[in-house]
Design a protein. Structure first.
Ligand code: MN
Length: 322
């Protein structure tokens, strides 16, 4: 169990709280942020929830999913509560400028590999946690908070996000235990349907095109695929909606590691996602390009052309012990 005493001490002396996650929020970021906001509000705190970008489309069913603001608030809170964001810069450029200049207290719940750098007044960072949402659950339990249905769904959403619906290697006993506990409060069948079965039909059309152009190396153990802004336009899809492509491709039996490159600024800025199976560590690969993440799922931003991006990761892929 984590030690939340310092966190609770700081919370006790704070009335106004700004809660924030990381850029390109994923389900864990969204779920843990919403759950923390709800719990803090039940404690009587004034909470402002900030998000740098849109939340994942399949989280729209979550309670208060529309309560987050994309405006960096102009007031100083007593406390900043950051979630799922190892490096404070990951909260986004505009928010980080405010956060780093502020003398207010700052706390963090996170589960990415990182070195403590004294930025936060208190943090619970546990790389062993399947999701930041699992840490939120531990905290709620430790203070005797009884989760509402909405909060239980938030936490389940976070854990499902980072464990692929309890399928990835990151799924541990705790994740299974927490979800089994949450299933007493939520309608599990409905929840799974909301999480997995809300894809727009166009998604399959674009996926078919992506599969056609996917490249395989090293006897199919290495896969490289790209998605472009033009495709998003043609298929009328948002960038977060195509996130599951990489999870689907990971289901191909021969695949050990996947490099997905996603165009974010025409022809020059790309988001790389690296997904692996088993013991292949994605973190050092992402770190080479200034990124980070988890052992089986990491990411980084690449500046250059698509060909340069391809070449850079395939050179690394050649050296991997697969
Ligand atoms: Mn996470």
């Amino acid at each position: 169990m984590s030690d939340f005493s310092r966190i609770n001490e700081i919370l006790e002396g704070s009335k106004t709280v700004i809660v924030a996650g990381h850029v390109n929020p994923d389900p864990d970021c969204m779920g843990s942020s919403l759950a923390v906001c709800s719990i803090l509000r039940s404690m009587g705190k004034d909470v402002y929830l900030y998000r740098s970008d849109k939340y994942p489309y399949n989280g729209a069913f979550l309670e208060n999913s529309d309560s987050a603001s994309e405006t960096v608030p102009d007031f100083e809170p007593d406390l900043y509560f950051v979630l799922d964001s190892a490096a404070p810069e990951r909260t986004g450029e505009a928010f980080f400028a405010k956060l780093s200049a502020s003398k207010s207290r700052k706390i963090l719940f996170d589960h990415h590999r990182h070195k403590e750098n004294g930025f936060y007044d208190a943090e619970v960072s546990d790389e062993g946690a399947s999701a930041t949402a699992a840490i939120v659950y531990r905290w709620a339990k430790s203070i005797g908070h009884v989760l509402t249905k909405g909060e239980a769904e938030d936490i389940c959403f976070g854990i499902f996000g980072d464990t692929g619906g309890l399928r990835y290697a990151s799924t541990d006993k705790e994740a299974l235990f927490i979800v089994s506990e949450l299933a007493e409060t939520i309608n599990y069948g409905d929840f799974c349907s909301q999480f997995f079965e809300t894809l727009p039909e166009n998604w399959f059309a674009m996926f078919a095109e992506v599969i056609q152009s996917m490249e395989k190396y090293r006897d199919g153990k290495v896969v490289f695929f790209a998605t472009t802004l033009d495709q998003l336009n043609r298929f009328n899809l948002a960038i977060d909606e195509i996130d599951p492509f990489v999870e689907e491709i990971r289901r191909i039996g021969t695949v050990k590691i996947i490099f997905r490159i996603r165009e974010v600024e025409a022809g020059k800025v790309w988001k790389f996602s690296v997904r692996s199976r088993g013991n292949i560590d994605c973190i050092p690969i992402a770190q080479k390009f200034g990124g980070g993440g988890h052992k089986n799922a990491a990411g980084f931003t690449f500046y250059g052309t698509l060909d340069e991006g391809r070449k850079a990761v395939l050179e690394i892929a050649e050296t991997l012990d697969l």
